[in-house]
Design a binder for this molecule. Structure first.
Ligand code: ZN
Length: 165
């Protein structure tokens, strides 16, 4: 595995629509493994292929809603699409491509997503709260959308630290 360089918001690649993944081969597996290592190192909760300069529809989301005696785990989603979204949450959101900045973004509270795994097999997965936010945020990346364009407003350091916004 190898760390990949995370592109930051001035890079044009982050604003392009990504193409579907069609080959579920060793190259894709290498990309996903590298992305997992990069995500862990950066301490994030999600990462999309375009953030490492690959304009293909592949994302990683960390499922953080786990029982206390369970470990968080990485969900790999290839060619993901949101099947259902309901509820609403309004809260701070950040992005590894926009380091140190957070803004208020409205997202559904619950989503159901359909995607392929690294071998091309279709599956469905649901996310709640932060995980739902993360699914939406990462899938946005595949459509060239960075969260700052959806923000009601950016948060100041004081607001973030106090948790009052
Ligand atoms: Zn992001």
């Amino acid at each position: 595995m190898a760390l990949r360089n995370i592109l930051t918001q001035e890079e044009p690649a982050l604003y392009k629509t990504c193409r579907p993944v069609t080959e579920f081969n060793a190259r894709l597996h290498q990309l996903l493994d590298d992305m997992a290592e990069t995500l862990e190192k950066a301490n994030g909760v999600g990462l999309a292929a375009p953030q490492v300069g690959v304009l293909r529809r592949a994302v990683l989301v960390i499922e953080t809603n786990v029982a206390e005696d369970e470990d968080e785990y990485v969900i790999e989603l290839i060619n993901p699409e949101i099947l259902e979204a309901d509820g609403e949450q309004d809260g701070p959101e950040g992005c590894l491509s926009v380091p140190g900045e957070y803004g208020l973004v409205k997202r559904p509270m619950h989503v159901k997503v359909r995607a392929q795994d690294r071998y091309g097999k279709w599956f469905e997965v649901e996310g709640e709260g932060l995980t739902a936010r993360c699914f939406c945020h990462e899938i946005d990346h595949l459509n060239g959308i960075v969260f700052t364009s959806k923000c009601e407003r950016m948060l100041t350091e004081e607001e973030l630290q106090s948790g009052e916004y």
